[in-house]
Design a binder for this molecule. Structure first.
Ligand SMILES: Nc1nc2c(ncn2[C@@H]2O[C@H](COP(=O)(O)OP(=O)(O)OP(=O)(O)O)[C@@H](O)[C@H]2O)c(=O)[nH]1
Ligand SMILES: [Mg+2]
Length: 324
């Protein structure tokens, strides 16, 4: 089965396919739709075609390093496998992107079988940590889990209230830090609460202050230390929240966080607001970290687990359906 048929099949199983399509609308316009329009001038895999392809990849924010790798592979495969038609080449392109993503192993989410599973949310300010904490709470709660949140952003005025309001609305406990207090104290309280109340998932929201690497390292390692002291093995997951609209800049941010702590996954927010959806492939190629969830809007229901097939379908719908 060709990759287009496979993507279509995967997508058909989604109950909420429309949500993916509307959330990925902007990226589809700059990526899939433009690749499709290359069919009009296509005369073969020659320099002119590869140049146009490069421009599209760069405008989708795939980044020069990853884009060049993709182009080289498409060119080599076109030669080796004697691919001539536009349909064959476009399938080859999407397959190369899928393989690039799938070439890293994704361990399943680490879960604590003997108590609360702790997820620490980190990232620069405004990336969407607090909103994503609320959205994750909703997803886990809808799956029937007992969830609590820790408001450990004691730095920004109003941050604790912001999460407390979400928690109220979602009817889950929120363990609050004290404004300007030590975030680690809030985390200790939250871990104790989670243990005493049979909480399955404790999601900890942290401050997103911009700071230098050594301060970031100190702060993150202190938080991790106190959590681990309360719940051995915790935090089980550290998710870096990245704003997709920042494109390649997000990669630089991710690198700083990855040097400061063991990031186990990425949540890519604001995909609905950007044409830079290609960043998913670049993140994976350059950092190797899996994208766990994508944010497709501001509301509590606008978070989706990430899978590469649905994503590729979402950014190339008409291209994938061209043989229908
Ligand atoms: N369109 C869109 N907006 C989002 C998404 N995720 C978050 N936002 C918006 O981004 C803004 C910042 O979100 P927050 O969750 O407060 O970000 P934060 O990382 O907690 O910010 P700080 O606490 O200041 O560090 C808010 O207006 C959110 O509604 C998303 O997936 N799509
Ligand atoms: Mg916040």
């Amino acid at each position: 089965m060709g990759i287009f048929s496979k993507l279509k099949q995967v997508f058909q199983t989604k109950k909420d396919g429309d949500r993916y399509l509307s959330g990925l609308n902007k990226s589809r316009k700059t990526f899939g739709d433009r690749i499709r329009s290359l069919a009009l001038s296509f005369t073969g895999v020659n320099e002119a075609f590869l140049e146009e392809l490069m421009v599209i990849l760069l405008e989708a924010d795939i980044g020069i390093h990853t884009a060049q790798k993709i182009i080289d592979q498409v060119e080599n495969r076109a030669l080796d496998e004697k691919l001539h038609s536009f349909q064959q080449i476009s399938e080859c392109l999407i397959e190369v992107m899928a393989q690039m993503y799938n070439s890293h192993e994704d361990p399943p989410m680490r879960k604590n079988e003997d108590g609360p599973t702790v997820i620490l949310m980190v990232g620069v300010n405004g990336s969407g940590k607090t909103t994503t904490t609320a959205k994750l709470t909703k997803l886990f709660a809808m799956d029937g889990h007992r969830v609590a949140v820790a408001a450990a952003d004691t730095f920004r005025a109003g941050a604790i209230d912001q999460l407390a309001k979400w928690a109220d609305r979602l009817q889950v406990p929120c363990i609050k830090g004290r404004e300007n207090g030590d975030p680690s104290a809030a985390l200790v309280d939250a871990c104790r609460y989670a243990k005493d109340h049979q909480i399955e998932y404790l999601i900890a929201d942290t401050a997103g202050r911009l700071q230098n690497k050594s301060n970031l390292m100190k702060e993150l390692s202190k938080m991790q230390r106190v959590i681990e002291r309360e719940i051995p093995g915790a935090p089980h997951e550290v998710w870096l929240v990245l704003d997709a609209t920042t494109g390649q800049n997000g990669i630089a941010q991710a690198q700083i966080f990855m040097e400061a702590t063991a990031v186990t996954g990425i949540v890519l927010t604001k995909m609905d607001g950007t044409a830079k959806g290609g960043i998913v492939v670049a993140i994976r190629d350059l950092l190797g970290v899996p994208v766990k969830y994508i944010g497709l809007g501001e509301k509590e229901d606008d978070l989706r687990p990430f899978d590469i097939d649905t994503y590729l379908y979402g950014i190339c719908e008409e291209l994938v359906s061209q043989d229908d």
